[in-house]
Design a protein around this ligand. Structure first.
Ligand SMILES: [Zn+2]
Length: 402
């Protein structure tokens, strides 16, 4: 083996080091006086530096080794035709001769893409190509084949994941993901549309509005009457026939009462029933402070605030005191209802109120459903007919679990 082949073999050893680091396998050695003074291999990827080509690495090491940037009398053996940068460095470092293995059609600067030797630099480098050409070509071809195989293997791995055995796992995961997404959408829909599977429904809300007077005998055999306008509100609660499981009412709660009225007239109070069947005595002890609670029991008994645990009719009343006054002579027939309002010249807008409150249905199994309910009362017919009966629309009442 000639010397130049021996040194090119050493350059190939460097190329192999690059290969093992998954770098494009290019290696170089620098020889002076028949001895290798520096070695280098491509480290572009490892160091993340565009300039870390084998030739540059070797030149830098050689300069350090001999403590001189001038590599006069030095020869370089490089497995691949140097690029323009490396040829520039070879010229700049005054290397005497470069021995090249394989040619680089895509980047070589010794005849492949251009030829640096054609230009008149003040230092002339000698170049000899084709040293162990096949070996130098082989290591490159082998490297690129290895890369392609690796790519193919990773593709195959992906294919293996989806083979017959594991496809079941992926179907299960897909089904789970889809189910969770659907559940999420349903939750969202439920937040907007409310609970569909409510164990109990409010099937009717009725308001019966009328007025009553308190009569005081005045002078000259006259009766003086002070008027209050009252609104009894009834809630009919029934088990939802669509709800297949057993359901037991634990509590029905009304709270967050808010009443707004435009007129200054009257004083509003909300009362719970004091007797069975939603009968009211408007007394201080039956006034609702902030919430009204019916507990589930055997019977519906509004006197003791109990509702049959499968449903029933419960309610409360709103009394608007002192909304008017009128006088009657002894022989006059005094009406006992809302007609009194007309006689006292009370207008509907003066007694119109807006009520809002929350209704909560709590079941024995710990589920709680809440709806916000809002409506206005009383209706016009209270003045002419004495009594108005109003049915509250249920379509806007949406129960949500909380
Ligand atoms: Zn280069």
């Amino acid at each position: 083996m000639q010397d130049k082949e021996k040194f090119m073999m050493e350059a190939l050893k460097e190329a192999k080091k690059a290969y093992n680091k998954e770098e494009i396998p290019v290696g170089a050695v620098i020889v002076r006086d028949g001895k290798i003074i520096a070695r280098g291999h491509n480290l572009k990827e490892t160091d993340n530096r565009a300039t870390h080509h084998a030739e540059i690495m070797a030149i830098n090491k050689a300069s350090r080794r001999i403590n001189n940037w001038r590599l006069i009398d030095c020869e370089m053996y490089v497995t691949l035709e140097p690029c323009t940068m490396c040829m520039g460095a070879i010229v700049a470092s005054r290397i005497k001769k470069a021995y090249i293995g394989a040619m680089d059609e895509l980047g070589g600067a010794c005849g492949s893409v251009l030829n640096v030797l054609d230009y008149k630099f003040n230092h002339k480098v000698e170049v000899e190509t084709g040293i162990l050409k096949e070996e130098c070509e082989y290591i490159l071809k082998d490297f690129f084949k290895m890369l392609r195989d690796k790519k193919r293997r990773s593709k195959m791995k992906i294919a293996e994941i989806f083979d017959k055995k594991s496809i079941h796992t992926y179907i299960i995961i897909a089904v789970l993901v889809i189910s969770i997404s659907i559940a999420g959408l349903l939750m969202l829909k439920y937040q907007v549309e409310g609970e569909k599977n409510l164990p109990f429904n409010v099937t009717q809300i009725s308001v019966i509005s009328t007025a009553k007077g308190i009569h005081n005998r005045g002078e000259d055999n006259q009766w003086s009457t002070v008027l209050s306008q009252k609104n009894d509100i009834y809630f009919k609660i029934e088990k939802n026939s669509e709800y297949k499981k057993e359901a037991i009412i634990k509590k029905i709660i009304f709270n967050n009462f808010e009443i707004t009225k435009e007129s200054e007239l009257g004083e509003i109070g909300i009362y719970r029933p004091s007797q069975k069947d939603c009968e009211y005595n408007y007394e201080e002890e039956t006034i609702i402070k902030d919430s009204l609670e019916y507990s589930g029991g055997q019977f519906t008994d509004t006197e003791i605030l109990e509702i049959n645990n499968q449903g029933g009719v419960i309610g409360f009343s709103i009394l608007n005191r002192n909304v008017g006054e009128c006088t009657f002579s002894e022989n006059e027939v005094i009406p006992s209802d809302g007609k009194l309002l007309k006689l006292a010249n009370v207008e509907l807008k003066e007694i119109k109120i807006k009520i809002s409150f929350d209704m909560i249905i709590e079941t024995e199994d710990g589920k709680k459903f809440r709806a916000s309910i809002i409506f206005e009362l009383p209706e016009e017919s209270i003045l002419e007919d004495g009594v108005s009966k109003q049915e509250i629309g249920l379509s806007d009442i949406v129960f949500k679990r909380f």
